[in-house]
Every structure is written in C-alpha cells, then in structure tokens.
Design a protein around this ligand. Structure first.
Ligand SMILES: O=C(O)[C@H]1O[C@H](OP(=O)(O)OP(=O)(O)OC[C@H]2O[C@@H](n3ccc(=O)[nH]c3=O)[C@H](O)[C@@H]2O)[C@H](O)[C@@H](O)[C@@H]1O
Length: 421
C-alpha cells in the first residue's frame, strides 16, 4: 500500500514537473514572439505588425534624413563663402548707407546695387515682411551689416545716407495690423528723420502712389493733393505715408535738412513674398498652380506696373539728385486688371479660369503715374517692358514653388504675424 502511495506520489511529482517545464517553455516562446513583434526586422509578421514595421522604418528614415541635413548645414558653414564682386571705392567716394526695410523685396535689390558699387550698407529690418534669405548672399561681407531692429524704436548709428523703406506695402499686410502700420510710418519716420538730423545725413523717404487715394485726376502728377478716405481700411497706409511726407518737409524746413521723397507706384519682380497678396504675385502663383485667377470686383480698375530694377535705378538717381520735392517713380504703361489677368495667364501658358470675386473697399479705380518730373530732374524713365519683367518674375516664382515642394519646412507661405505685433 505504502509502495503504491510512493509510486503515485512520484507520478504526480513527475507530471507537475513536466507541467512547469512546459509552462516555462511556453512563456519563453511567448516572450520571444512579443520581442519578435517589436523587432522590426523580424519576418513572418501579419497585417497590424506590418504597419508598425513600416511606420518604424519611416521614422528611422526621417531621423536619418534630419541627421544628414544637420550635417550638410554644418559642412556648408565650413566652406569659405564667396561674394559677388564689388567695386573698390576709396574713402572719399565710399558712403555708409543705412537702408531700413533692406531685407524686403525692394530694399534687398537696393542693397545689391549699392553693395556692387562698393558702398558700405547697413540694413535694419524687423523681418515682418522682409526675409534674411533676400540678403544672405552678403552676410559676412566686410561692407555689409544686418541689424534686426524695429524702426518704431530709435536707433543710433553713424551713416552718410539713409533710404527709409521700412513699412509693409501690400494691402493685406498693412491692413493686418493697422495701428502698427501707422506707427511704422509716423514714429518710424520721426526716428529716421531725427537720426538724419543729428548726423546731417541725406535721407530718402519711400512714399507711395497711395497718397493720391482713389484719384479723380488721371494720370497723377505730384502736384495732385489726392482723394483719400481718412477712416477707410487703406487709411493706415495712405494717411501713414501722407503724414510721413508731412513730417519729412516739416523737418526739412525747420532743421534745414536734405530730404528726398519717392512716390512709388506698383512694383513687381523677384523676391516678392510668396504670401505677398498683391495682384502680381497672386495671379502668377494662381497660374502656376493651375488654380482659378481671382479678379477683385469688375476688373475694370487700372494699374501701371514697374519692374523692380527700374525702381531701384530711380531711387538712387533721386538720392543723388538735387531735387527735394516728391517724385513719382512708376511705369506709365497702364492696364485694366482684367487685361493683366489675361497677360499673366497667357505668359504662364495655363488653361486657368479667370473669375470675379467681391471687390475691395476703397480700391483705387485708376492709377498711372505722370513721370515728367522724374524725366526732367533725374533723367530717369523705366526701361524694362512688362513682358520681360513678368517673365523673370514667373521664373522666380516657379523656383520658389519647387523649393517649397522640396522642403515644406522652408514654407515661405508662413505668415509671421507675431513679429509685427
Ligand atoms: O504700388 C502702389 O502704388 C501702391 O499700391 C499697391 O496697392 P494696390 O495697387 O491696391 O495693389 P494690389 O493689391 O496689387 O492690387 C492691384 C489691383 O489688383 C486687384 N487684385 C489684387 C489681388 C488679386 O488677387 N486680385 C485682384 O484683382 C486689386 O483689387 C487692385 O485693384 C500697394 O499696396 C502699395 O504697396 C503701393 O504703394
């Protein structure tokens, strides 16, 4: 009986032992399968695991690309930078020139001209609409300096000449923060005129055709006083620039200063912001992206467009002249916006539909500069015909779109409203 009991006990112990061994093997195998699921390189994975696997591989790829990008940036920073060839000017002829808004569309082209001529250029910009990339080809050059500063606050530097271009210029940009637009064109101009007075520097103020408002004289000569709605949505810019002109002549008279005032008409060209919002960039981008072309209102309103290099020539000629009254700088060839939409559509070669959307409040109905003054006093007139200028601008936007597609993080459509508050 005892022997029997002993045998049964052994059998039970044996079975329990086998059970635990099987349990252990099972657990081991199970853990292994779990590891296998986490292991991306494991094979024979079923559907959810495949997704996991692919996601893992994708993240890995992103991580590696990012690491490589960082490495490229690092390596590029070690390549000695080459600059465009600048002329040598002796100290008698070389000027120290301040350009406010010098990282913007017009400002950066002016920077290029003055740098190539051999002058020393200091750019002050708050980067609301300006971009470092517009002047990056000069960064590090011994004649060039870039200062991040908002001209609403005073600045103290030593210069011989000042081009005061700082201000948003596109309607959606200047309407975005109207109070700031007014401050830039009033306080900003006071700061610049104060600086020019202290330094006895010549100063050029960038004004606009918008001082004529919705004009009832056509074309517009400088003697026309304008037709501006002082409380409308454009007033922050129109009246801001009008006060800017008033300040300029008040300082000139009271402080015996050398001032220049350029009334700039619609200007276009490379380096316009992708998100500029003005008609040239809007129509070109819509045409390139195969979108509908949006004409605001009837499209019967007119504009006259000048290419940016013509404007820059005009600004420099005005600064170097003896003429201190306001001067219109623009191209007198006038088109309706409807015509302009067709010109761009044909130039880009798309099949876009041109549609009419709601008109803009207080949109000036006719605009064309009378440039007699510029011709007589500056010996200046625009040279670049619309087709040629637009072709260059279309090429620029084509490149920008490619750059954006290639690297979405380089999104030039980003609208840094924060920096303008
Ligand atoms: O250059 C000038 O003389 C001044 O005028 C421009 O203002 P604006 O002429 O209204 O510039 P755009 O926004 O380019 O508009 C031109 C015309 O095209 C129209 N438009 C604009 C954009 C668009 O997508 N579709 C469209 O039909 C506007 O309603 C307007 O009639 C700029 O705002 C100012 O910087 C500048 O000082």
């Amino acid at each position: 009986m005892n022997q029997m009991y002993f045998k049964i006990k052994h059998i039970i112990l044996f079975i329990t032992g086998v059970f635990f061994i099987l349990l252990f093997i099972f657990k081991f195998l199970h853990e292994d399968t779990e590891n296998l699921e986490e292991n991306p390189y494991g094979s024979n994975l079923k559907f959810p695991e495949d997704v996991k696997h692919a996601t893992y591989l994708l993240n890995e790829a992103y991580r590696k690309i990012e690491a490589l990008q960082e490495r490229i940036i690092h390596l590029e920073s070690r390549i000695p930078k080459t600059y465009p060839d600048v002329k040598f000017l002796n100290y008698m002829n070389r000027k120290r020139v301040l350009i406010t808004g010098g990282a913007g569309f017009v400002g950066s082209h002016l920077v290029d001209k003055l740098m190539l001529e051999g002058h020393e250029v200091i750019v002050v910009d708050n980067f609301f609409t300006g971009r470092k990339s517009n002047v990056e080809h000069w960064i590090g050059h011994e004649n060039f300096e870039l200062i991040h500063h908002d001209i609403v606050n005073p600045i103290f530097i030593e210069v011989d000449e000042i081009y005061h271009l700082a201000s948003p210029a596109s309607p959606p940009h200047y309407m975005h923060n109207p109070v700031k637009t007014i401050k830039t064109n009033t306080l900003g101009t006071i700061n610049i005129l104060g600086l020019a007075r202290r330094l006895k520097a010549k100063v050029l103020i960038a004004s606009t055709s918008e001082v004529y408002g919705d004009p009832d004289i056509h074309p517009q000569p400088e003697t026309y006083w304008g037709h501006v709605n002082p409380i409308g949505p454009r007033a922050c810019y129109d009246e801001g620039k009008r006060v800017s002109e008033t300040l300029t002549y008040a300082y000139a008279k009271q402080e015996n200063m050398h001032v220049r005032v350029a009334r700039i008409f619609n200007t276009y060209g490379p380096r316009m912001h992708m998100n500029d919002g003005r008609v040239v960039s809007n129509f070109i981008l819509q045409a390139l992206k195969d979108e509908v072309i949006t004409v605001y209102g009837t499209g019967d309103q007119t504009r006259s467009f000048q290419y940016v290099s013509d404007l820059v020539e005009g600004l420099v000629a005005l600064m170097r002249s003896n003429y201190s009254q306001p001067v219109n700088l623009g191209n007198p060839v006038e088109h309706t916006i409807n015509e302009f939409a067709t010109i761009i559509k044909n130039l880009v070669g798309g099949n876009n539909k041109i549609i009419h959307v709601n008109g803009v409040e207080d949109d000036p109905q006719r605009r064309r500069p009378d440039i007699t003054r510029a011709k007589v006093h500056l010996n200046w007139e625009p040279k670049v015909i619309l087709d040629v200028g637009l072709q260059k601008t279309v090429e620029y936007f084509r490149r920008e779109l490619k750059r954006f597609r290639f690297n979405p993080r380089d999104n030039v459509n980003k609208y840094h409203s924060e920096s303008f508050k």
